[in-house]
Each structure stands twice: as structure tokens, then as C-alpha cells.
Design a protein around this ligand. Structure first.
Ligand code: THU
Length: 134
């Protein structure tokens, strides 16, 4: 699967979003090395802090199907914004532990704009298990 096909999956994943409060649908798609794809979309709640982002739902979806960090090849996100949105801080922290540091992350907008980055770029000096060592 190429980059544009993965981005299309992230765009489709927006249809799974439950976002009646923000009306901001986010789609995510993780491509695995064996070709499998796991989708995520944001799922909100009337108790606002309980909202869950698309990126974390996608990566947790993959883990719940037995896939792990080293199995992942790329991640695509999609939002309906003028410029592609980037993952929030909480998602960056989760991705820094569960997604490969240098694998491509394609941040895309429905209008076709794409920005390519990595989690290492998005969250340098991430807190990690190394920091827990005394
Ligand atoms: N959201 C995501 O799904 N991913 C992000 O990285 C940023 C924000 C969602 C959370 C909430 O449902 C909506 O976008 C507005 O913040």
C-alpha cells in the first residue's frame, strides 16, 4: 500500500468519528508491515475530558489485535482543516512509546494537503521508561 492509499484510509476513518460536541472529525490509519491496516477515529463524551483521540484509538486498536511497535510501518491522520492538524500532546506521548520513532506520520487534510513527519520530530526528549530509572 502506498502513502496516498493509507491517507485515503485515514480519510474514510473520519466517518467512524463520534464527535457531536466538537464537530471535529479526525481519522487515523496505521499500516503494518504485513499490510494490515488499523483504523481509529475520535470518540467523544458529554463528560468532555473523556474524549479519546483518533491516533490513540488507532494504535490501541492495533495492539488489541496483537500488533506492536515493531510491526508498524506508517501512520496517517486526516482532518477537514485548511492545513493538516498534528497529534495532540497526549497522543504524542503515547505514540512515542507505542509507535516507531522514525516511521513516517502523514498528517493530511481533506483538501489534499499533506505534511510528513515522525514521532521523534513531534516529541523530542519524550518521557520514557528510561526516566523511571532512579
Ligand atoms: N482530536 C483527535 O482525535 N486527535 C488529536 O490529535 C487532536 C484532537 C480530537 C479530540 C476531540 O474529539 C476533537 O478532536 C477536538 O479536540
Amino acid at each position: 500500500m502506498d502513502k496516498m492509499e493509507l491517507i485515503e484510509k485515514a480519510k474514510e476513518a473520519r466517518n467512524l468519528s463520534y464527535s457531536p460536541y466538537s464537530n471535529f472529525a479526525v481519522g487515523a490509519a496505521i499500516l503494518c508491515k504485513d499490510g494490515r491496516i488499523f483504523l481509529g477515529a475520535n470518540v467523544e463524551n458529554a463528560s468532555y475530558p473523556l474524549c479519546m483521540c483518533a491516533e490513540r484509538n488507532a494504535v490501541y486498536n492495533a495492539y488489541m489485535n496483537g500488533y506492536k511497535k515493531d510491526d508498524f510501518e506508517a501512520l496517517a491522520l486526516c482532518t477537514d482543516t485548511d492545513e493538516p492538524s498534528s497529534p495532540c500532546g497526549a497522543c504524542r506521548q503515547v505514540l512515542s512509546e507505542l509507535f516507531p520513532a522514525k516511521a513516517p506520520i502523514y498528517m493530511s487534510a481533506v483538501n489534499g494537503k499533506i505534511v510528513e513527519t515522525t514521532i521523534k520530530e513531534l516529541l523530542p526528549y519524550a518521557f520514557s521508561e528510561e526516566d523511571l530509572k532512579k
